[in-house]
Each structure stands twice: as structure tokens, then as C-alpha cells.
Design a protein around this ligand. Sequence first.
Ligand SMILES: Cc1ncc(COP(=O)(O)O)c(C=O)c1O
Length: 421
Amino acid sequence: MQRVLARLASRGLLVTRSGSGTYTAPRRAAAAAADVSWQTLALGSRAGLGADLERLIEPADPDALPLASGFLDESLQPLGLLAAAASRAARRPQGWSRLPPQGLPELRAQFAAETGGSVTGQNVLITPGGQAALSAAFRHLCVPGDPVVVESPTYVGALAAARAAGLMLVPVPGDRDGVLPDVLADALARTGARLVYLQPRYSNPAGAVLAPDRRGPVLDAVARQGAFLIEDDWMRDFDLGPPSPPPLASADDDGHVIYLRSLSKPVAAGLRVAGLVARGPVLARLRRGRISDDLFVAPVLQQIALDVLTAPGWPRHLGGLRRELRERRDALVAAIAELLPGCSLEVIPAGGVHLWLRLPEACPDSDVADLVAVRGLAVGPGRMSFPGEPPGNYLRLSYASAAAPALVRAAEILAEVLDAW
Ligand SMILES: Cc1ncc(COP(=O)(O)O)c(C=O)c1O
């Protein structure tokens, strides 16, 4: 009751008078609606700025089961490490001054060491998160109309950034072992594309890991074409079993791979810090492009990121995080097997934060997502992840933000909706 009253008060519908009680707020005379119709002509039309990413990034209804978000819930954030690092960083004058625009040297060295191979801190550019890095790469390495090859399905935000940059999406299918190298090579040769975007580790949304015998052929196809490959290693820290292979970037000495590693998944969604690794003239292009976008990333955030990654408690935090996520994944897989016999999981990923559920042929994903939303369950309809027409009905079910009992309840709600189809 108290929560409902507080919510109504925050919306200005109730007022509380101390010592007297709570009353309905007096109605204000409706202000005349502003006339913004002139903007229709001023703005014109603009292709490419769809609402998919906006919908996905919107914080979930606090009362809904949150299986749509890929960000970890607050209980999984390393809050102690963050608070200690933030308090140290806030007291240093350097936290508030200017840094070299490429980023804090020690943080760049840390990202370089994590990338492996012959990468050094000189090759790293700090960006305010992975999305900013993708958007910068698409805008500064291509011009509108250029083709960009992407695995299909892929990350909704990468599709949004490529569309906003006016690029032509060239989808290439994959399977449980990642993108198909021969088809990738054909697509590059056919379109003349100079840019490829892939997530070789626990891809979003299909959950595939690029198989060891495909790594060489993928790198060869990109090199033969004289192209760049953006390797988005968004799930770098999320092996839930044995370690997955190292970044492709660690096997590339000639500057074809542009490697991206963001901290917003393993640390916290609000820590807007990522490392973008590149070699050769492309690094200067990206650096200058990023400076033209927004100068540099807040030094205080970079210092916090460095402190967290180098804290003795960081490996311990990751260990606990992986244990919890393993438990959540296993609970969701078991609930799906028991309650959703008409659905299937093409991959049970050995890591990551989500499952990619294939729905029965007759059940359109967006209708299912709408119907479960009414019952308090938020899921991601699969069609947003396909650059073209989807080949089937899928849902992305994330276990990043919901604990095991909520995941089982989510499977029950899905079963209720699908059984009634
Ligand atoms: C595959 C992938 N890449 C990049 C991002 C961007 O993340 P951020 O900008 O928070 O680093 C996301 C966010 O969900 C993602 O799923």
C-alpha cells in the first residue's frame, strides 16, 4: 500500500500534508499543447533510426521478470570493489583533469595484456562502452552505402549502429560453431565489403563459439579481401566451464582485427568503459574519429575501471559470478526441458548470459513476447536480431538479471502461453 501511495505521489497525483493526511492532488488546468508541427518539415525523414535498441535498453518494469536484459542485475555487481575504487579515484586530481585522448596508459596496458599476442598499450583506445566503439567504427571506417558483413542473427545494437551510419547490412548465416567461413568469403567477394562484425565467443543471441577449425579460415577470408574484422568480445569473462579460445586478435599481426572488450557486462552497466584494439593507420583513424565524437572518456571512470580490474578481489568476484550464472543457466535449461517440449535449444552454451530458444513454427515470437509481457515476463523477441527476414521464431532468454526461481517461473509462464496456442 505504502509503495502504491509513494508511486502516485511521485507522479503528482497525491499530496501529503503533515499532521493531516494524504489527499488527491488538485487538478491543474491543462496547458495548451505546444505546436511542434513545424518540426516535421525541419527534420524530414531519416532511415535507420528504428526503435529496437531503444526498447531493449529501456529499464524493465520493476514488477516484471527481467529475461530481456543482458546486463547483470545489481546483486551481481562488485559493489565493494567499485565503491572503494570510486572513492580513491574521486580524491585524485587526475581523475578530474585531462588525459591523453587515447586513454589512461595503465588501463590501456591492462587491456593489451588481456588481449594477448603482440598487442601493446599503444594499440588500445579507450571508449565509453562497446556501443560507442561500434558506432565510431561504423561511422569512421565506412561511408553511407558501404556494405558491412554481419553474422545472422547478431547483436541488435550493432544492427542499429550500422543502420544509423547508413551502411548496407550483408547477413551471413552461422550454426552452433559460429559463422560459416566459406559463406563469409563468398559474401566478401560478392559485395566487396571491407568490414565484418562478429562475436566469436558466446555470440549474442545464438550463443555460438567460433570452432577452432574455423578461426584460421575466417581470418584468411578477411585478409584475402583486405578487410577489417571487428571482433566484439562482449562475453570475455563469462566462461562457465572450461576456458574458451583466446581472442582472434591475438593471432592477427597485420592489423586486420579490431578487437573490442567492454566492462559493462562483467562489472556494471553504468561503468561506461571499453578498450578498442587496433593496429596501423586504422588506429589513428579511430582515435581522430573518437576525438571528434566526444573528446575523451571521463578520467575518473577510467581510473575506477583500472582499479577494479587489478584489485586482488576481482578474480574472486569473477569466480562467484560464474558460479551463480552456471546455476541460473542450468535451472533455466532444466525448466525448458521439462515445461516446453515444443521448443528447442540448438546450443546449450558453455558460457554467456542467455539462451536462444526456438519456438514452435506456429507461434510468432513477437506475439509470444507480447502475451507473456501481460503476465509479467519480459523476453526479447528474436526477429530484432536478424538483419533480414527471420528463418524461424526465437526468443532470447537472459539469465543475467533473474535468479533461478524467477527463471523457473518464467518457463512456467511461457508454457501457459504456448500450451494455449
Ligand atoms: C554483443 C554486444 N556488444 C556490445 C554491447 C554494448 O555494450 P556496452 O555499450 O554496454 O559496452 C552489447 C550490449 O548489450 C552487446 O550485447
